[in-house]
Design a protein around this ligand. Structure first.
Ligand code: 48F
Length: 259
């Protein structure tokens, strides 16, 4: 007779590897489950693309959970409200053009929305390198986040992708790998990472969206990663630009895939 212990273990191992095997080769691999990555994931999955999100942290949601200085509210401008409506995240009007959102509802709503749309979110998985073949970014090299954190000498595995989105936030980790290890010239004024500028909220909000683009063959950047790559300003706890950046990234990537 099968014991309950055996059944539960078989269910989890079987279903996890089913999910992983279905995403070893994807249309879009997104690195980082912050606001821009999760909006892009939902939009692309809604368009019927096969999407996997790799997030180093145990809890997807990136920099949303803690609001500002751990006060768990964030601000969103009116032009990003349609995105929040798509995710069924509630807002409260503050002053003209500004709305507040409970950051726990926002983080959980973005994760739920991306998952429900069909994107697979692999949490506690770190991206440690890229695949670079025939002059393009062609996938990700991944490992369990605790393996990376503990500095264990364990070889990684590989996810192949038609497009990769760097949504890693401030460090722009994937773009940095492409520049450092593959020597690519990216589509910025200098051809390399220009570095994030100090805080200037209006400028940062606008540049987050402008800087969201394809940086080289197979590689796009969104959110703060896009600002770091192209020299945009930081903006702190206002999130409209992040959400709009995710939406723009999804539309650029979809256009690239369909071309
Ligand atoms: O930083 P993050 O929330 O990305 P974002 O979409 O949004 C930025 C805002 O949260 C905030 C801000 C708004 O004013 O400035 O910072 O640009 O989320 C990035 C996620 O990427 C994960 C990281 O754990 C975080 O959850 N991440 C970073 N590097 C890796 C990674 C990596 N190498 N592998 C996997 N995940």
């Amino acid at each position: 007779m099968t014991t309950m212990e055996e059944t539960i273990t078989r269910a989890i191992v079987g279903r996890y590897f089913e999910k992983l095997k279905a995403h070893l080769s994807v249309d879009v691999a997104i690195v980082g489950a912050g606001p821009s990555g999760l909006v892009a994931a939902r939009d692309l999955a809604t368009m019927g693309k096969r999407v996997a999100v790799f997030e180093r942290a145990l809890a997807p949601g990136g920099g949303v959970w803690g609001g500002a200085m751990l006060m768990n509210e964030v601000v969103v401008q009116s032009d990003a409200l349609p995105i929040l409506e798509d995710f069924h995240v509630r807002t409260r009007p503050f002053e003209v053009g500004y709305f507040t959102v409970d950051s726990v509802e926002l983080a959980s709503g973005l994760v739920f929305g991306a998952s429900q749309a069909g994107a697979a979110v692999f949490n506690a998985v770190a991206v440690e390198d890229i695949v670079f073949r025939e002059d393009r970014v062609a996938g990700l090299v991944v490992n369990w986040a605790p393996v990376q954190k503990m500095g264990m000498h364990v070889d990684p595995l590989v996810i192949t992708a038609r497009a990769v989105l760097d949504a890693t936030g401030h460090p722009a980790e994937v773009v940095a790998m492409a520049c450092r290890k593959a020597g690519v010239r990216i589509d910025t004024e200098t051809g390399s990472i220009m570095g994030e500028r100090p805080m200037w909220m209006e400028k940062g909000e606008a540049s987050t969206v402008t800087n969201t683009k394809r940086l080289c063959a197979g590689l796009y950047a969104s959110g703060m990663a896009a600002n770091n790559a192209s020299g945009g300003a930081r903006m702190g706890p206002i999130f409209g630009g992040m959400l709009l950046s995710g939406r723009k990234a999804a539309s650029l990537i979809a256009r690239g895939l369909d071309a």
